[in-house]
Design a protein around this ligand. Structure first.
Ligand code: UT7
Length: 342
């Protein structure tokens, strides 16, 4: 078992076609392109049309990843998301059925912005245990359905999108191997990133009850994100036996370019190895790391065998990092979310 690893064999993505620029937002909110771009690196984000769901994006991204891997099926579907199609049931079984994988186990994984890295460790452990051969891991979000459009502290930050990877059984020397992962959580500050109403604690909040919109204490999250991502990424790189200067690509959760550059500086990683994709898509929570990977690979910024360090921090609080090599893979892009009839 020691040499057995989960290996990424395919990657696919789906961004909804509609784009909202910072200038568009400054027409309806007290904000500006200058403020948003200088504080975050974000210039625009994709948003779904009303009625298009996380499951629609996840299905399109999942189909693209399976095509990229040259697979028609998988034996487990994991969907990392904060914005499921409904509170009950989970969205993953519907995605599996729409992909023609009906009958395989499928479940949602809720770790907010760390969801994809949580999924990487989960998929990796299940493959290494011998229980599963081929896992489809999808990160998909429609934050436009939970942000308060009148709250400039959050409305300018988030976007919708989905991306997915296929993981299969391989060895540590196969390009694409997940070499080491480490996760963490601190549940003492759930208030820092939260949708306070609508769950079992406040199921049907009235006008004066807790909000059913997303809320974030940005400044406090910023400080904790830099410190925690730095420690987590350093630990995982060292356990993988990598010195920071040996990392070819640093792909952190795409919340804020300033956070990623601050983490890279503390790790001693050159700025040009930091993948920054938030300019085009904003913060897409659980979808952000696979979207950034897919984008960087499509541009030729990732080549087979590259040492890639992933790290995430988000609501929960949760965090995690993963050290992997980049596979020989052709990313596939779905141009439209899947229609519910698929
Ligand atoms: O996805 C989960 C992880 N999330 C993150 O990692 C996000 C972490 N946090 C951040 O990225 C940053 O804290 C933000 C981008 C959210 C905010 O940047 P900041 O530099 O920390 O700004 P701030 O919150 O300290 O706000 C500075 C000022 C405030 O005005 P005053 O109080 O100084 O007069 C805000 O009211 O900027 C104001 N402000 C805005 N101004 C124009 C806040 N939002 C906006 C806005 N446009 N959209």
């Amino acid at each position: 078992m020691d040499d057995v690893r989960a290996v990424v064999t395919g990657i696919g993505s789906c961004l909804p076609p509609d784009v909202v620029s910072n200038d568009d937002l400054s027409k309806v909110l007290d904000t500006s392109h200058e403020w948003i771009h200088s504080r975050t690196g974000i210039a625009r984000r994709h948003v779904v049309k009303p009625g298009v769901s996380t499951g629609d994006l996840a299905t399109a991204a999942g189909a693209a990843a399976l095509e990229s891997a040259g697979r028609r099926a998988c034996d487990l579907v994991l969907l990392a998301t904060t914005t499921p199609d409904q509170p009950c049931p989970a969205t993953a079984p519907q995605v599996a059925a729409r992909l023609g994988c009906a009958g395989v186990p499928a479940f949602d994984l809720a770790a907010v912005c760390s969801g994809f890295v949580y999924g990487i460790e989960t998929a990796s452990a299940l493959i290494r245990s011998g229980l599963y051969e081929t896992v489809l891991l999808i990160g998909a979000e429609t934050y436009s359905t939970i942000v308060d459009p009148t709250d400039r502290n959050t409305a300018v930050l988030f976007g919708d999108g989905a991306a997915a990877v296929v993981l299969e059984r391989g060895s540590a020397t196969t390009p694409g191997a997940v070499l080491h992962t480490r996760l963490g959580s601190d549940g003492t500050r759930p208030d820092l990133i939260t949708v306070p109403g609508g769950g079992s604690r406040a199921p049907r909040p009235g006008p004066d009850g807790p909000s059913t919109y997303f809320r974030m204490e940005g400044k406090e999250v910023y400080t904790r994100a830099v410190a925690t991502m730095t420690a987590s990424a350093r630990e995982v790189a060292e356990t993988a036996g990598w010195r920071p200067e040996e990392v070819d690509a640093f792909v952190g959760h795409q919340a804020n370019a300033r956070i990623l550059r601050a983490v890279a500086k503390r790790l001693g990683l050159p700025r040009e190895r930091v993948v920054c994709h938030m300019g085009e898509v904003g913060n897409t929570a659980a979808a952000s790391i696979p979207l950034a990977l897919s984008w960087a690979a499509s541009r030729g910024d990732l080549t087979a065998g590259d040492r890639v360090l992933l790290t995430a921090f988000g609501g929960g609080l949760t965090w995690g990092s993963a050290a992997m090599t980049w596979p020989q893979v052709r990313p596939v892009t779905a141009l439209e979310p899947a229609s519910p009839a698929l």
